[in-house]
Design a protein around this ligand. Structure first.
Ligand code: FAD
Length: 371
């Protein structure tokens, strides 16, 4: 039996960020991961660190997302210094392109509302005309009517981010155990024992950061985590000269030069395959926005499964039945990686979640069920 300060289940972006954050505090976490057979959103996502359009009607989510985005530059720099691995993070701002007056009007109303709801946090944005956007992104086509812009948006390479987080976890003395699927948890308040991967682990803190696996794991420690898969399909082009100086919601150019085009939202259960119809729709919209793409080769497409709560918000909770057990799950694990490493890890070790995260409690599902 190996004793640790915390057991974190799930070696994707969420679990690894929390485990690294715990190790960074000078504590000893062990990170258990199922392995390559699992569905892993962290290896198939779009890589945006995105703020605009997050938190409509839920200002707490907008604030939490902004806080993470504000922390990302420092977080990325620290990972680079500690591991020599760059996350490729940039924060040049970002735009959401609109292809009709109707889309732009809807967008304008959304951004106005987000601005109002932000209150004293403030939320700066601009609605850009075609001509204004053309100055920022000269490659747009004539069908683009306008866009919304915020300076808070950016992007990163999610795979390098994962690599950096794993390396930083080990550097701080954390333990990583791959091929360790957790099937059962022996739980008592502030005492958890897990047998996985042929070994036994014990700790006073437990964090469920296992993505879609959290639903089953939550039941073992009295946590209701009703996440479901939502598929997203992505297209990747051949490498090009720099042509997109900032990400858009549906397209970004990576540091290597490829253009990523995304991303659908489909209720497809655990099916993560691609379909020609969806890829066609994504490609059509991309070519309308940026006509030069018509002559660019597609080199890859893939599908991956988002980890989605019924209301699309993160789920952060400590079990009342088994204090010391926490869940941390969300559908924007790249964007929120900095918050999970810097803040959530601290809350776990302090043994309490702050009031600012109360909106993300599992209690909201009880209210919905009762209603
Ligand atoms: C198409 C697509 C595009 C996206 N784009 C963006 C974006 O632009 N920006 C953004 O911020 N987010 C984006 N996301 C969301 C982001 O990828 C996820 O929020 C994030 O990856 C979730 O990470 P996770 O660690 O919770 O889950 P996962 O990556 O799924 O990892 C879960 C891990 O838990 C392990 N596990 C599961 N069950 C067990 C068990 N019983 N025992 C041990 N281990 C277990 C698995 O092995 C796996 O490694 C996108 C997602 C998709 C699918």
């Amino acid at each position: 039996m190996a004793d640790f300060d915390a057991i974190v289940i799930g070696g994707g972006l969420v679990g690894t960020a929390v485990a690294y954050g715990i190790a960074r505090l000078g504590k000893r976490p062990v990170l258990l991961d199922e392995g390559d057979i699992a569905h892993r959103a962290s290896r198939g996502n779009f890589g945006l660190v995105w703020v605009q359009s997050k938190g409509f009607g839920v200002p707490e989510y907008q604030r939490w997302t902004r806080r993470s985005s504000d922390t990302w530059t420092e977080f990325s720099q620290e990972l680079l210094e500690e591991t020599g691995i760059g996350t490729g993070h940039e924060r040049p701002g970002g735009v959401t392109i609109c292809l009709s007056e109707e889309e732009l009007d809807k967008r304008r109303r959304l951004m106005e509302q987000l601005h109002i709801e932000a209150g004293e946090t403030n939320f700066d944005y601009e609605i850009l005309t075609h001509a204004e956007l053309k100055k920022m992104l000269p490659a747009i086509g004539p069908d683009v009517v306008g866009a919304s812009y915020t300076r808070y948006d950016g992007h990163a390479n999610p795979l390098y981010t994962m690599r950096a987080l794993h390396a930083a976890l080990l550097k701080h003395g954390g333990t990583y155990v791959p091929n360790a699927r957790v099937e059962s948890i022996q739980a008592a308040p502030n005492h958890f024992v897990i047998n996985a991967g042929g070994r036994s682990f014990a700790a006073p803190r437990l964090v469920l950061g296992a993505g879609l696996g959290n639903k089953a794991l939550g039941e073992m420690v009295g946590l209701n985590v009703p996440v479901r898969p939502v598929r997203g399909q992505i297209i990747v082009t051949e490498r090009l000269q720099p042509v997109l100086p900032m990400p858009t919601l549906m397209m970004r150019q990576t540091v290597e030069g490829t253009i990523m085009i995304g991303e659908s939202r489909e209720e497809s259960g655990f099916d993560d395959t691609t379909s020609p119809e969806i890829i066609h729709t994504l490609a059509q919209r991309a070519v309308k926005s940026f006509p030069f793409l018509r002559n660019v080769r597609i080199v890859r497409t893939w599908g991956a499964l988002r980890v989605m709560a019924p209301d699309g918000l993160p789920i952060y909770e400590q079990s009342s039945e088994f204090p010391g057990a926490f869940v941390c799950t969300c559908h924007s694990g790249v964007t929120l990686a900095a918050s999970h490493a810097r803040y959530y890890a601290q809350y776990v070790m302090d043994g309490a979640l702050p009031a600012e995260l109360a909106r993300f409690s599992t209690k909201r599902f009880d209210v919905q069920a009762a209603a």
